[in-house]
Design a protein around this ligand. Structure first.
Ligand code: TUI
Length: 308
């Protein structure tokens, strides 16, 4: 399954792990890279020095390529951008904003830059700015989302840019991967299925919540604040949506979700915490090692695409 993305990144399979805040730490990233995909450390809202330690820990266990995701709303994004250069990280993905101001320093350091985008306009802007590829992420995804579905977004982005496109949002098996390739994608980014990987350090309650989730069990909060976030419906999302309907202001809503992702991922509070997950959670049925997840997905996709 060689594509421009496997060539660009020097990886065996065109499977990239989502840069999920709190979830995508060194154990998961190293396991995905060791399995032949591209593991990603999700910097999320973490301090720059924490990200540096995570990078060093991945390097201790694997020589394979891995990347770092910079969540651009992090107040420490500038410092993290520098840590990436200092530590010789080869691949960066970005989310929740426009990485233009870091492009020059990253390109000068030989870092491959792959912004996550949710629109054609943003994809074109990133290509003009020197991006090596883009992740086109549909609103089926967990976490911070745009408003277009993967099925509509990916082919439109593919037609609009000449750099490789990586599809994300609603992909968790070989059927999804094959479908993404039919739309013109040259790799897939997968989040939700890796959350329940054996190597994922996410609290057991969080994993079970995803494993038992059905197709309609997620909700999108934050539409009114301009920061829509998809997570599994629970007491927190119900309260949030009720407050939004009543016209609560930004600060009031912020209070409800401050530290709430950590609460779910680390403490296992899946009632009051934010259990970010994609709409595809209903397809994710069991915990498996990253190697098994990747092999299963790639084998199934290859069969469907008639490669073997
Ligand atoms: O970034 C993500 N997903 C995320 S980030 C995150 S951490 C967080 N936690 C609570 C509230 C908000 C964030 C959890 N999940 N995906 C990539 C993505 N990027 N989706 C959408 C976008 C995006 C949105 C607007 C990219 C660019 C953009 O442009 C804005 C601009 O500056 O023009």
């Amino acid at each position: 399954m060689k594509t421009r993305v496997t060539e660009l990144l020097g990886i065996e399979y065109p499977v990239i792990q989502g840069g999920m805040a709190w979830v995508a730490e060194h154990n998961l990233a190293a396991a995905v890279s060791e399995a032949g995909g591209l593991g990603i450390i999700g910097a999320g809202g973490a301090p720059a020095e924490f990200v540096r330690e995570q990078i060093r820990k991945v390097k201790e266990v694997t020589d394979k390529p891995f990347g770092v995701n910079v969540m651009l709303m992090n107040p420490e994004a500038d410092a993290i951008a520098q840590v990436i250069v200092d530590e010789g990280v080869k691949v960066v993905t970005t989310g929740a904003g426009n990485p233009a101001k870091y492009m020059e320093m990253w390109k000068a350091a030989g870092v491959k830059v792959i912004p996550v985008v949710a629109s054609v306009a943003m994809a074109k802007l990133m290509e003009r700015g020197g991006a090596d590829a883009v992740v086109a992420e549909g609103m089926e995804s967990g976490g911070h989302i745009g408003s277009t579905t993967t099925f509509a977004l990916v082919p439109q982005v593919v037609d609009a840019v000449s750099i490789p496109v990586i599809a994300a949002g609603g992909i968790a098996d070989g059927r999804g991967m094959a479908a993404a390739f039919m739309l013109g994608a040259e790799a897939v980014q997968i989040g939700t299925r890796f959350v329940v990987a054996t190597e994922s350090i996410v609290h057991e309650n969080y994993k079970q919540q995803l494993i038992k989730a059905k197709d309609i069990d997620s909700a999108v909060t934050g539409m009114s604040t301009g920061h829509p976030v998809r997570s599994i419906r629970n007491k927190m999302t119900k309260e949030y949506l009720r407050m939004e309907k009543e016209g609560a202001d930004f600060m009031e809503l912020e209070k409800l979700t401050l530290g709430s992702l950590r609460k779910a991922v680390v403490e296992g509070d899946v009632v009051n915490g934010t259990v970010m997950a994609g709409q595809i959670a209903g397809l994710v049925k069991k915990e498996q090692p990253c190697k098994e997840i990747i092999t299963e997905i790639v084998d199934e996709a290859e069969k469907l695409m008639g490669n073997r």
